[in-house]
Write a protein that binds this ligand. Structure first.
Ligand code: G6P
Length: 611
């Protein structure tokens, strides 16, 4: 979703801002723009890719050492040059980039229209900008003061960064609900929505909190709250390498990230799975073990792929810990007047840690007294900062819009948490505990063995690349895997795909089955295996095109289909981490066979920072 970059220092700002915009492309966007200062503010913006903006500026001399840049994911107003950011105020004095939504923009706009303001775009951003412009001209105050006054009237979420033609050595930024990171270099500062545009210049960063203003004048960064009190910035060290956000020889980030999984899973287990002493070491879980052990209920809130990880966790936690689990779409939970009772623990699962719906849902649950436990990938993210405790997934930066390595890392973390709670609650035998630890320990090698032999998956992808619809079926632990497989295909190939519990398909989806419909079963050896084979027979009888993910050595499905994808044997509780990998590859190969931009699928955003 919208990406923000800004620079102030001694170098030319344009190349740094442009490169930053390219680094943020993965978030998903439809237009891009920059604003720089000459003797006035110059704004350049284009609908479409950053490359289009770059092309339009080839050969233009842009010596400004201060600049702001933006990739826009349309909310108010269609994707177009005029709706792209940055916007310029009616007076021409100030310019703004904005990520988020100003919910009361309509009433603010009406006030401004009554005063004779005219607008050049359909955006809420231009309204906020002119609202500040109006305060500036009426109150004869500084821009900083005008921003403070304006933000007290604003309802909604935002990160804004502003240029002021009358103070060309000053950048002003503010945040509420959307992320903003400031990189601190040698006499220069870099601002961005996440660390990826900053990492090649500095590892020292400050995360701006809600209701804080950053004023960078020359070399000096000052943080203030909306009450004009100065706040001491807390400088973090980024634990991220540049290589982690580059393709490293792979054609796409998605393929690179799928192939990174043996390493990311290993990293996730490292230091936690103590095979020598038969223990799982997770400080955040240990610290809250009494609350977790005694939880009356665990509520999982998440969106998208993270929600699927929550569903797997429901099966695992209920089985191992005997604690009821409810898995909620964050966007529904937050508006439902949810019932939170004493002893409820809320798990927030999020790769980015910035998903607006998840963030607001947990804020609400926190106000009602729930203990918030974050299962997150991005260190220092907004959700990390408002959680009481949690565990990081250590999957490294995920750039491909479709989540892959973050999902498997979430499953690994959730399994370890469940094991730890079960041990503390004594709802698991020592033997089963050790067996599952060994199974977890073996996952990186099993995933590696799938990744070292992908020809078969590529051939199946080629065969079905032109399908217009797919059904994904599974039971038990493999049901959420089927859901995730269908979501991956939808996201990457734009083929309609539905995931369903295998037995439930008789109550509807079976009507779709004919000789053109590929039906993929996640049918590895588990407690439901025989029943799943019966479900496959039902599809076969109706001439559906069967594809099956099966356990190596299993010949029971040979007579039903030749489109078999073999995966190493694993305990059914651990199997989702392994079984999802071929489904990620299948959607990747179908997407590329259809000639699509798999890293940046249309309309999708990596980090959904608006509700
Ligand atoms: C977007 C992404 C998905 C992701 C979902 C939740 O829709 O495209 O890949 O699963 O957001 O994101 P989160 O960062 O909270 O896991």
């Amino acid at each position: 979703m919208c990406g923000i970059v800004a620079y102030i220092g001694h170098r030319e700002a344009y190349p740094i801002v442009l490169k930053g915009l390219k680094r943020l492309e993965y978030r998903g966007y439809d237009s891009a723009g920059v604003a720089l200062i000459s003797d006035k503010i110059d704004v350049f913006k284009k609908q479409g890719k950053v490359a289009r903006l770059e092309e339009s500026l080839l050969g233009t001399h842009l010596p400004s050492t201060i600049g702001i840049g933006h990739t826009r994911w349309a909310t108010h107003g269609e994707p177009s040059d005029r709706n792209a950011h940055p916007h310029l105020s009616a007076s021409g004095r100030i310019s703004m980039i904005h990520n988020g939504i100003i919910e009361n923009y309509a009433s603010l706009k009406q006030e401004l229209l009554n005063k004779g303001y005219q607008f050049n775009s359909d955006t809420d951003t231009e309204v906020l900008l002119n609202f500040i412009d109006d305060i500036l001209s009426n109150n004869k105050c500084s821009l900083e003061e005008a921003v403070r006054i304006a933000l007290k009237r604003v309802v909604g979420a935002y990160v804004i960064v502003m240029l002021d033609a009358e103070n060309p050595d000053t950048l002003i930024a503010a945040r509420k609900g959307s992320p903003l990171v400031i990189g601190i270099g040698e006499n220069e500062h870099f601002l961005a929505s996440d660390a990826s545009p900053i990492i090649e210049y500095t590892k020292e960063v400050v995360y701006i909190n809600d209701y804080e203003l950053a004023i960078i004048k020359g070399n000096e960064l000052v943080l203030k709250n909306l009450g004009n009190e100065t706040i001491t910035p807390f400088v973090h060290q980024l634990d991220m390498e540049l290589a982690a956000i580059e393709k490293g020889g792979y054609e796409h980030f998605m393929l690179k990230e799928i192939h990174e999984q043996p390493t990311t899973i290993f990293d996730c287990l490292r230091g936690r799975l103590d095979m020598v002493n038969g223990e799982i070491i997770m400080a955040g879980v240990q610290e809250h073990i009494e609350a977790l052990k005694n939880a009356k209920r665990i509520i999982v809130v998440a969106c998208g792929t993270s929600w699927h990880a929550g569903l797997v966790a429901e099966y695992i936690i209920e089985e191992l810990c005997r604690i009821p689990v409810e898995v909620e779409y964050a966007s529904e939970f937050r508006y439902r007047n949810p019932i939170i009772e004493k002893g409820d623990v809320l798990f927030a699962i999020s790769q980015s840690g910035e998903t607006a719906d998840t963030l607001v849902a947990i804020e609400k649950a926190k106000q009602q007294g729930a203990i918030i436990f974050g299962i997150l990938n991005v260190v220092g993210s907004s959700i990390a900062r408002i959680s009481h405790a949690g565990a990081y997934t250590h999957a490294g930066p995920e750039i491909g819009v479709a989540s892959t390595k973050a999902f498997t890392a979430q499953l690994v973390v959730l399994t370890m948490i469940a094991l730890k709670i079960a041990k503390a609650k004594k709802t698991i035998s020592d033997d089963r505990f050790l067996h599952l630890m060994q199974e977890l320990n073996a996952v990186p090698d099993k995933v590696e063995s799938i990744l070292s032999n992908t020809e078969n998956i590529q051939a199946i992808a080629q065969k079905h690349a032109l399908a217009s619809s797919f059904l994904y079926l599974g039971r038990g632990y493999n049901f959420p895997v089927a859901l995730e497989g269908a979501l991956k295909l939808k996201e990457i190939s734009y083929i309609h795909a539905e995931g369903y519990p295998a037995a439930e398909m008789k109550h509807g989806p079976i009507a779709l089955v004919d000789e053109n419909l590929p039906v993929l079963f996640v049918a590895t050896k588990d407690a439901y295996h025989e029943k799943v084979i019966s479900n496959m027979q039902e599809i076969n009888a109706r001439k559906g095109k069967l594809i099956a993910v099966v356990t190596e050595g299993d010949q029971s499905i040979d007579s039903l289909t030749g489109d078999l994808i073999f995966v190493p044997e694993a305990d059914e509780l651990i199997a989702p981490i392994i079984n999802v990998v071929p489904l990620q590859l299948l959607s990747y190969y179908i997407g590329t066979a259809r000639g699509l931009d798999v890293d940046r699928p249309r309309n999708l955003a990596k980090s959904v920072t608006v509700e």
